[in-house]
Write a protein that binds this ligand. Sequence first.
Ligand code: CA
Length: 268
Amino acid sequence: MQPTYPGLTSRSAVVDPRLVQDPSILWCDGIAISAAGVGVGHTVDVHILLVEDDESIAVSLIDGLREAGYTVTHVETGSAALEAPTTDAVLLDLGLPDMDGRDVCRVLRSRGNVPIIMLTARGDEFDRVLGLELGADDYVTKPFSFRELVARLRAVARRSTPGAASVAEPSGAQVVGPLEIDRRTRRVRLDGVEVMLTAKEFDLVAYLAVDPGAVCTRTDILENVWDVNWFGPTKTVDAHVAAIRKKLGNPQWIAAVRGVGFRLEQPV
Ligand code: CA
């Protein structure tokens, strides 16, 4: 069973009122066309082209990507996507009003190596093999969780640029209260003081921090932080959580949700 997270699925129907009031977002005909990560502690230089004609999905995605530290350019048609400036990654809806998303994908791919993730609706006759042949790097099926999307974005960026994992990563540190998580340098600071984590401990903190407050199941953590084919004891997660809590000096940073998993949030 797929774990569910707060994200696109729950937010797609409403425009978050915080978005409308946010001075860091540029609006065009009621659509946010660009958003900077002002106020969340990011230094933004990763630019995503979002090609999506469904306004509610687009607004939710722009909101989430902005919070995760990305800059977003949004267009609603295939022709606008082909005229848009080059970005660091493309999120491409399959069903567009003027063109088939697959044709847009084919043209974008013929121009360069930008990572492309197809956004497909349930029921779309999307053939994964065909999509990959056209040059898409990955695809997600709507409704998808925001966490899943960000995880895939990072994965395709790593694959498309071996040895340069930072290309589709926000370059600055993510801030959760006094906790700073810098994915580019793989460093964590608490109140400005570096916390020495092992590689897996860092991966786990970074994964939980994608959506602070959201619960991640043990299975999901194992699949994403360890390996898709991990068959070892799930107590591994608990052991790492215990070590991280100790290093952060407060067990409340990573709360256990009984029978489900863990979530990262600032202690109250
Ligand atoms: Ca569509």
